[in-house]
Structure formats: C-alpha cells, structure tokens
Write a protein that binds this ligand. Structure first.
Ligand code: ZN
Length: 222
C-alpha cells in the first residue's frame, strides 16, 4: 500500500486467454505427446481452470485468509502470465487493518501475502491469480505482492523475524518461477512504473533483505 489512498488499477475481469492454444494438441505428432500436451493444456479450454483447494497455500506455513474476489483477477499464472517480479510493500497500519481492507470489495486492492512483525505469513490471494497491489496492470500480472505490517517512516516496524520470514517467502517465489534474486526483479512498490507510492521506504534494508533471500535460495537448492 504505502498510503491510505484507495487504489484502482483499472484491472477488470477478462475472458480466458485460452483459445489461442486450441490447435496445439492436434498438431503434436504422437498420441503420447498429445496426451502430455493435453494434460498441460486442458485447463486453458474455455470455462476450465486449474483445481483450487480451499485453504491451500503456496508457501508452507502460511495461514490462509481469502481476500475479496473484487480485489483480484482469477488467472492461471504462470501459464497465462509469466511471473518475473516480487513487489515489496508496507501496509501503513497494523496486520488486522490490512486483512480487513483486503477483504473489503470496495477497497480495490490487495496483495498475495502479508508478513507480520512476528514473522507470521498470511496468504490472501493465490499466486495463480492476479492481485491488485501494484497500481499497474502489467506489473500486477507479472508479480507476486508481499505486504509487510508497519509504517514506512518507522524503522522499528521491520523486525528480524519479519525479514527472515519475508526472505524465505521471496526465496520460495523466486525458486518456483525462476526469478533472479536481484534488485531488478525484487522491487519496492515505489519502483513500479507510474506509482506515487513510497513503500517500502528508506528504512527497508535492501542489502540485508537480498542477502537473506540469496541465503535461503542457496539453502533450498542444496
Ligand atoms: Zn504498496
């Protein structure tokens, strides 16, 4: 978020970007290959989407609390939109108020995750789906948004537990989608084109954060 202004990104429900693959399976040479293709592509048919399990989370240990469907667009990422960015936000408020606004259909914005000062992670939108968090349609489609409980202007908001949990979360996202761990791909909301938001602000320690994310990636890869 970064300020209390309600964000609208003009992101509206679209028809499935699906029909383009209609001819693909038929063109594949062998029956086995065709089956494999179909297994991968069946959900792209109109009216079909990937299975969704109530309460399932993408990050192990996260708590699931659903955002209002008005604050996201259902999608099938990374197959319909490539995910190549993680966007770091600060809520400018406490955890409960962030959950409340993300559940409010009138808010017009929500992130995939909220990380609390105590390191607890809440997932509110599936990574499959496009969350309205960046205020920029293209960046919403290509990114996972992580909110951090606290205030941009308050250095004490950003606790050791928060950095550690958020770094594990971001490392997992980078691993899932092959996102490089660098400042080009892990960005603040303030770096999203066209934004007037300032979060995560000057007290967010990027060097520390990237170091932690890299450490987590290395640990996971080993
Ligand atoms: Zn933000």
């Amino acid at each position: 978020m970064g300020d209390r202004k309600v964000m609208k990104d003009g992101d509206r429900r679209l028809g499935r970007r699906a029909l383009i693959v209609g001819g693909t399976a038929a063109a594949v040479g062998t029956a086995a290959l065709a089956r494999e293709e179909l297994a991968h592509l069946w959900w792209r048919l109109p009216g079909v989407e990937k299975p969704r399990v109530e309460g399932a989370v993408d990050f192990r240990g996260a708590h699931w609390t659903a955002a209002s469907p008005a604050n996201l667009r259902r999608a099938n990422r990374p197959d319909d939109y490539r995910i190549d960015r993680v966007v770091v936000h600060v809520t400018q408020g406490g955890y409960r108020s962030a959950v409340k606004v993300f559940q409010d259909p009138a808010h017009g914005a929500a992130a995939h995750y909220i990380v609390r000062a105590n390191g607890q992670v809440t997932q509110m939108i599936r990574e499959l789906d496009v969350a309205f968090h960046a205020g920029n349609r293209r960046f919403n489609e290509r990114s996972v948004g992580i909110e951090h409980e606290g205030y941009v202007e308050r250095a004490t908001s950003f606790t050791d537990a928060m950095y550690a949990a958020s770094a594990r979360l971001t490392a997992g996202i980078c691993g899932r989608y092959g996102i490089p761990v660098d400042r080009e791909h892990i960005i603040g909301h303030n770096k999203v084109p066209g934004t007037d938001h300032t979060d995560p602000g000057p007290h967010w320690d990027w060097d520390r954060y990237l170091r932690l994310v890299r450490r987590e990636r290395t640990a996971t890869a080993a």
